[in-house]
Design a protein around this ligand. Structure first.
Ligand code: FAD
Length: 395
């Protein structure tokens, strides 16, 4: 079987792989992308509820989790959110800002994928889909050879852009981690990030009955704190604040939820009591939280109590329950629904400028396969664009 040769082989035809391919091809390198999926950029298409939160107005290293928190700085400063916004604007893709600087397409995530694919076509990038890779080896100082279901390939540079483990149904595989290990790299243990929590039976039984209720909260633990909505679901807790804190959560830990961050419950109750001591607790709280939620959280007898019957101690306990609702998740929904994978290829063994392996010359890791995980809010795509762009300047 003839070997198909190119300067650069990229595994993964999605966010980081396409960006790297565009940049390398613009430099005059011949670029071949291989992907086992039947379509390029499936995660781009499903992202941001179909509208792709493609970056954020405010991007800094603080929005990322990694064993090496400095690693992402170089790439993020070389190819910034403004560079990507410039590209999106060149293509006249309409977009809008949502809370916290998040940028979404007005129409469809398809616009972003179409833009990347047309840049690829323009630069002469070859994309082979439905391609299963069975063997990857480095046969000489300047050649990687791959055996695949579509034939044999060889190239001087090999870029791993195969993503993490989230949403196996969309084609996620541990391929990138396996290749890293094969070539002697350390891979930090992986886990699901930006993922809903499942609850212990006691909490689940009442939370599931309130499925659909959303509350603006501060959710925190000893590592991080986020103010956004939580969403009660039939499986447990979701919503942006929960997804964010899930990336900082370890099994067995609790998270703290301040259900009314703008109020002081102690004060609220004493004021209400001064106005009318016969008012029921649930009616005071119902001005700020859904009534069904109050009854479920505090229990019927307590929520039905008139304010005058509440001792000082009881009022304090209520305040604590509302300002510091302690939830001990049972687990998370796992990779099935996670938006990202925490952990991955150890950044200490990659060049922060080019993403090249410090162990194997010509081998590169970009995007989610690396141990760089962004917050919710367009940060994961920005990492894919920035790391892909940087590798594209060197491969
Ligand atoms: C539901 C959902 C919504 C999201 N929404 C957003 C959002 O709005 N904003 C944001 O910033 N981030 C979002 N993310 C995260 C974002 O999609 C990823 O971080 C980003 O796609 C990572 O890009 P990547 O190129 O590294 O990997 P991926 O996009 O995962 O691409 C990896 C590619 O490699 C291919 N591949 C995998 N294994 C193999 C193999 N063995 N052989 C050949 N090919 C292989 C896959 O088919 C895929 O095409 C979302 C994720 C999910 C799951």
């Amino acid at each position: 079987m003839p070997i198909q040769s190119s300067d650069v082989l990229i595994i993964g035809a999605s966010a980081s792989g396409l960006m790297c391919a565009i940049e390398a091809a613009k430099r005059g390198r011949s670029v071949q992308i291989l992907d086992h999926a039947n379509k390029a950029g499936k995660k781009i298409l499903m992202s941001g509820g179909g509208r792709c939160n493609f970056t954020n107005y405010e991007v800094s290293a603080e929005n990322y989790i990694s064993h090496n928190p400095h690693f992402c700085k170089s790439a993020l400063s070389r190819y910034t959110q403004w560079d990507f916004i410039g590209l999106v604007s060149d293509y006249k893709i309409p977009f809008h800002e949502r809370d916290h600087g998040q940028l979404f397409c007005d129409d469809s995530a398809k616009d972003i994928l179409t833009m990347l694919l047309s840049e690829c076509a323009h630069a002469g990038v070859q994309i082979q889909l439905n391609c299963d890779i069975s063997v990857v080896e480095k046969t000489s100082a300047a050649a990687f050879k791959l055996q695949t279901s579509c034939g044999h390939y060889q190239a001087e540079s090999l870029v791993i852009a195969s993503g993490g483990l989230s949403i196996p149904k969309m084609g996620a595989t541990p391929f990138g981690y396996q290749i890293a290990k094969q070539f002697g790299h350390n891979v930090w243990p992986t886990s699901a990030g930006l993922v809903p929590f499942t609850l212990q039976t006691d909490d689940k039984s009442w939370v599931s009955k309130l499925s659909g209720v959303a509350i603006d909260c501060i959710v925190s633990n000893q590592h991080a704190s986020f103010r956004e909505n939580i969403l009660l679901t039939h499986r447990g807790l979701s919503g942006p604040a929960i997804l964010q804190i899930s990336s900082y959560w370890q099994a067995g830990e609790s998270v703290n939820i301040n259900l009314l961050p703008d109020l002081e419950i102690g004060e609220l109750l004493s004021q209400a009591r001064a106005e009318n001591a016969n008012t029921l607790l649930k009616n005071v709280l119902a001005k700020h939280l859904p009534k069904r939620f109050i009854t479920a959280l505090l229990g019927e007898p307590l929520s039905d109590s008139p304010l005058q019957s509440l001792s000082q101690k009881k009022s304090q306990a209520i305040a604590q329950q509302i300002h510091q609702w302690q939830v001990k998740p049972n687990s998370t929904e796992g990779y099935r629904t996670a938006e990202v994978t925490l952990g991955g290829v150890d950044c200490d063994e990659l060049s922060s400028k080019s993403m090249e392996s410090s162990k194997i010359s010509g081998l590169y890791f970009i995007g989610e396969v690396t141990d760089v995980t962004g917050w919710l809010g367009g940060y994961n795509f920005q990492w894919a664009w920035s790391s892909g762009w940087c590798a594209g300047q060197t491969v």
